[in-house]
Design a protein around this ligand. Sequence first.
Ligand code: BGC
Length: 460
Amino acid sequence: MKTRTEDQHRSTLFVCLVAGIAALAGLLFGYDTGVISGAILFIKQQFLLTPGREEMVVSAVLLGAVIGASVSGGVADYFGRRRSIIVTAVLFLFGAVGSSLAPSIVVLVSCRVLIGLAIGVASFVAPLYISEIAPPHMRGGLVSLNQLMITIGIMVAYVVDDAFSGGASWRWMFGLGAVPAMVLMVGMIFLPPSPRWLVSRKDLDKARAVLSRVRGGGDVEEELRAVQGTMDQEAGGWSELFRPWVRPVLFVGVALAFFQQATGINTVIYYAPTIFEFAGFGSAKQAIGATTIVGTVNVLMTVVAVWLLDRVGRRPLLLAGLAGMVVSLGVLGAAFHFSKFSDALKWIAVGSLICYIASFAVSLGPIFWLIIAEIYPLRIRGRAMSLATVANWVFNFLVAMTFLTITDTLGKAGAFWLYAGIAIAGFVFCYVFIPETKGRTLEEIEEHLRSGRSLRSLGS
Ligand code: BGC
């Protein structure tokens, strides 16, 4: 006879498998945003692109992501999280195959927009789905598997770009994205729908069955009742997003999106070689080496975050990471400011960039996606998350577009000090507004907000 512990062990493994498969959406997010940096060099040559067209090819994904995230919130609430991820996988698949075979630049840009649409949807539906299936004591780590996969996807893209650069095979660089897309599609077909979404669609029997499966056969009635309790309130569609008790949480999501992007992470992810060149490392080989170090530190420190989020909690990591970002950006700026005085300062620039990426990886990187998957009421969770996600992509786009202009206007030191200033504001913002959500059920968080109390008073 099976014991209860055996059942629990099995269901824990099953939940990890579910999260691991859904997080492939994160791998595709990272891969498809990262792969363009290497591919563009060869596309530019083959299609004789003007700078304007080159920019179009590079930013097609960001544009698609903004559109994808803005149109899909209602879809995730109506058709469900699992189905939305399956559609996303199909888009990733078509986009990968299409862009690898593209006969013209118009087809290529269209396929990249298609991939962008998929990224926009996947970026919030995957963490949403995982958060609704995970048991509260493992939710932080499991949801952040998605961020871990993003960082691995970026790393794999760098490696693939490097491997195919000898033969200028940009078509292979894009085409390989079809493999994880296929695994995601097939895998998701076999996974259960989110039990919380099932309750929101009034399918209680199925919700009970899924919950029993992911909670190790124990008593799930209490959890089911709590989820149902949040659905007994009156409905309000999109207008519910702007109710007085929801508005402040909406603001927190959008503000966190701002801080995640405006503290400059993607200037490092997209322009690491350029920054190393600024710092005085001349050769392409050195620049690629440096980029690999940045990618590796990003992955490793995200592993640390996955491990720590449910142990020490979200707030300590968020605040410590932001403090690290402030200091390292300040030092990076200073290294540029005084660079003419000593050649050794370029090593300080490298060191501070590595500390910066490590600090981001344990804080704003995973915690933005985690917090927005935790704080919104079930009935409008998809729509509210999509709003914070759109904000994230819009700020991402703006920072990427303005980085080189800002370094021209304010100087390199000025640019990093500007990001440091924003990180200080981010620290204060998180200190004042972000509560500790470790170990709380999603329903406890929702109940707390419904009762009219502030998000922050949930706990420290
Ligand atoms: C951010 C991306 C960023 C990535 C880097 C994600 O959480 O949303 O914009 O490129 O982290 O690891």
